[in-house]
Write a protein of this length. Structure first.
Length: 260
């Protein structure tokens, strides 16, 4: 198990908390001995300052979205639990809070936050028997009061249905990941624009954002994956659901196959 996840599970069990939505997150922070302040921050979303005995966590009060606010607080709490002897002052921006490709400590803090907000056991129970799709992701995000993005990463790790993720910024693919032993080979387009017939490209080229009801879009296998010479696109059913943040010009494409 990752150190971040382990630390989160230990902390929650020490606090005697099974369900993180049953108690305000602020109380958990106070209970651990840190002080939480909310005020406007100009260049970061969250910050932690370690004193000799105390630590102050500040969360940007301009964050309007509760799921993100919770993630930032849990991320800083992760630094408090895991890195208190390693850092003195630390600022978090949207870049450090991002799940892909980050330094060691950021990854740990993100894994910590993910586990505090969406404990594995509860998350798995909530997924069980539910068909994968945008509706399930929205349900999970509501249930755990988390952002859709952090919910998707958790689902990638623990969900029943294998999914692939492609993260694009400014019409360029930054990172992608697929489950181990995924049966389809991804065409690596890192640093290139998303495929022309992808839903992500529709956003970058035409600013198209689908309504909730239509957010699950059928695509070809060949859109994101290699189509073998003996394969036919018509024999596969692939879907793409895009989590779009127009403010940052980012798209997280969730791609999955449904077997006929
Ligand atoms: Zn951080």
């Amino acid at each position: 198990m990752s150190p971040g996840k382990l630390a989160a599970q230990q902390m929650m069990s020490e606090c005697g908390i099974d369900d993180p939505t049953s108690i305000p997150l602020d109380l958990i922070v106070y209970g651990r001995g840190a002080t939480l302040i909310e005020k406007p921050l100009s260049n970061s979303e969250g910050r932690i300052v370690f004193g000799k005995t105390k630590a102050i966590i500040t969360v940007n009060s301009d964050i309007s979205y509760e799921g993100k606010r919770r993630f930032v607080i849990a991320h800083e709490l992760g630094h408090f639990e895991l890195h208190r002897n390693l850092i003195l002052v630390h600022n978090d921006t949207d870049a450090t809070l991002e799940y892909f490709k980050n330094g060691h400590q950021e990854t740990e803090a993100n894994e910590f936050a993910s586990e505090v907000l969406m404990p594995e056991k509860l998350f798995k129970a909530e997924c069980k028997g539910n068909k994968f799709g945008p509706d399930l992701l929205r349900h999970l995000a509501e249930r755990f009061q988390t952002s859709l993005t952090s919910t998707v990463y958790k689902y990638f790790e623990l969900g029943d249905h294998p999914i692939c993720l492609f993260y694009s910024f400014n019409n360029q693919i930054k990172y992608w990941k697929r489950p181990e032993e995924y049966p389809h080979y991804i065409n690596d387009r890192t640093k290139l624009p998303p495929p022309e017939d992808s839903v992500a490209a529709e956003f970058f080229n035409e600013q198209k954002i689908y309504r909730k009801e239509d957010s699950k879009q059928q695509i070809w296998k060949s859109t994101w994956f290699e189509l073998k010479s003996w394969e036919n696109d018509n024999d596969f059913r692939f879907y793409e659901y895009c989590i779009i943040t127009p403010k940052y010009n980012t798209v997280l494409s969730v791609v999955w196959e449904e077997l006929k």
